[in-house]
Write a protein that binds this ligand. Structure first.
Ligand code: FA5
Ligand code: MG
Length: 446
């Protein structure tokens, strides 16, 4: 029998058996290995273009965009209007309407939503075990400065997560936060020593059943003073690391009951040592959180010299998909009664019953790529047209010819969670995708 807790010391280069759950490793060394500076040119793909095509997805999108434009959303007292976030003529901006339309929805604040139910259950764990010491924040504004998102947590200047290919920039100094760690420094400076921050985070990313460009994280942070560890026989770092692991193992048991889990050594710019917790689920190891002992420099810069701290950031969708048996990450955004009515406050782990399974429709497209081509840009174009009707975009063929031209063939899976799609609308969408890919990404269709 496998032990419940396993220690494994593997770096990112390890082979991931989880082909269907690629690690969106914004802060992993595999990302930084390919590090390159932000490329402003990429934002140019989102310069004004011909009006969005007449596919149903695009029509729905335009309607929601104009409705959104009419009313600014309020996040924690900050009013955010479309023009604050989407600036098509500004080359330092790469936020599309599909992303703007998600700001302010705050799924994690809905008590009857799987993400809200999960958040509240995690709150219960911390309340019970730390008698209310953790301060909770769940409506901090997702628009943050580059300094908050990256500099304050020591993300190197050339780290790939800073690139326009990976992060949504409102302008050169402002981003949609790509992790809840963006709030660590300000909360420390405000004097908090125990806190939980839950929020929507934004990343340009690939398209499949476990990746969506907006998802939710919960950050945990705990500061220790020398009195805490002096009698323990350990140094501050070892003490914090042991407390962190104990706390998170307890949380995993609180959520899952007896479950197999293991620690994996990893790298984050803001913690050392750093770990990931993986849970064994459906014959595979699933990464559910990153954590570690906070770099001293962060504590020193924010008024906590001579202290140590631990921090973690967990992915709420990843945990909720396991706990509620939710097969596709798009479902979290569904307003369909057949989805929403299955969940209610306080009921963690009620298994989702698919209301029906509509068939996917596959369309392939091949083109010669150019130097600027990235899969994230392709995915953004596809989502801009098909919205949530696109289930997956997958590279199925890749070769370079004698002249040095590289061809990619992508298979796009269209599937609605709620209804059957007609041939006509799928053909429309695919035609529009081909046109936009050709015009915006400047690739040569084959
Ligand atoms: C981070 O975002 C770090 N800020 C976490 C952290 C905080 C580390 C504090 C140390 C201290 P990472 O990019 O690995 O790390 O994301 C953390 C978790 O978010 C992942 O373990 C996963 O559960 C979830 N996650 C990441 N990308 C996605 C995605 N595209 N879709 C759904 N969940 C995701
Ligand atoms: Mg990770």
């Amino acid at each position: 029998m496998r032990p419940l807790i396993r220690s494994a010391c593997r770096l990112r280069a390890r082979v991931r058996a989880m082909a269907t759950l690629p690690a969106a490793a914004a802060f992993s060394p595999s990302s930084s290995a390919a590090a390159r500076p932000p490329r402003l040119t990429l934002a140019l793909f989102f310069l004004p273009s011909a009006p969005a095509p007449a596919a149903l997805g695009a029509r729905a999108l335009r309607t929601s965009a104009s409705a959104a434009a009419a009313a600014a959303v309020d996040v924690g007292g900050v009013k955010i209007a479309r023009e604050d976030v989407v600036r098509e003529e500004d080359p330092t901006n790469n936020v599309p309407d599909t992303i703007y339309s998600k700001i302010g929805l705050q799924l994690h604040r809905r008590d009857n939503h799987p993400l809200g139910i999960l958040k509240n259950t995690i709150y219960d764990y911390f309340d019970k075990n730390f008698s209310g010491q953790f301060n909770k924040f769940d409506d901090l504004c997702p628009l943050v400065s580059v300094k908050q998102n990256f500099d304050d947590v020591l993300v190197p200047a050339d780290h790939i997560s800073r690139s326009y290919n990976d992060t949504y920039y409102v302008d050169a100094q402002t981003v949609l936060r790509c992790h809840t760690s963006a709030h660590q420094a300000e909360l420390l400076r405000d004097g908090h020593t125990h806190f939980l921050v839950t929020g929507d985070v934004y990343r340009r990313d690939s398209i499949d059943s476990t990746h969506y460009p907006v998802f939710h994280q919960m950050e945990g942070f705990r500061v220790f003073s020398p009195d805490d560890w002096s009698g323990s026989g350990m140094d501050g770092t070892a003490y914090a690391a042991a407390d962190l692991k104990k706390t998170l193992e307890g949380l995993a048991r609180h959520l899952f009951g007896a479950v197999e889990m293991r620690w994996v050594d990893t790298y984050f710019p803001f913690t050392n040592p750093s770990f990931e917790l993986e849970i064994y689920f459906q014959d595979d190891w699933l990464e559910v959180l990153g954590c570690g002992v906070t770099e001293q420099e962060i504590l020193k810069s924010n008024g906590r010299t001579d202290h140590v701290a631990w921090a973690f950031g967990l992915g709420l969708e990843r945990l909720a998909m396991v706990l509620f048996d939710i097969p596709d990450i798009r479902l979290f955004w569904s307003n369909d009664q057949r989805f929403t009515s299955q969940f209610s406050e306080g009921k963690l782990g009620v298994k989702f019953k698919p209301f029906s399974k509509f068939p996917p429709c596959y369309k392939d497209m091949s083109f010669w790529i150019n130097e600027e081509f990235t899969e994230n840009n392709l995915c953004e174009v596809v989502r801009g047209i098909a919205g949530d009707l696109v289930e997956e975009v997958k590279l199925i063929d890749n070769f370079t010819n004698k002249k040095g031209l590289t061809s990619h063939c992508y298979r796009i899976a269209y599937r609605s969670m709620e209804r059957s799609l007609t041939d006509e609308e799928i053909n429309d969408m695919q035609w529009n995708v081909r046109e936009e890919v050709k015009n915006k990404l400047k690739v040569e269709l084959r």
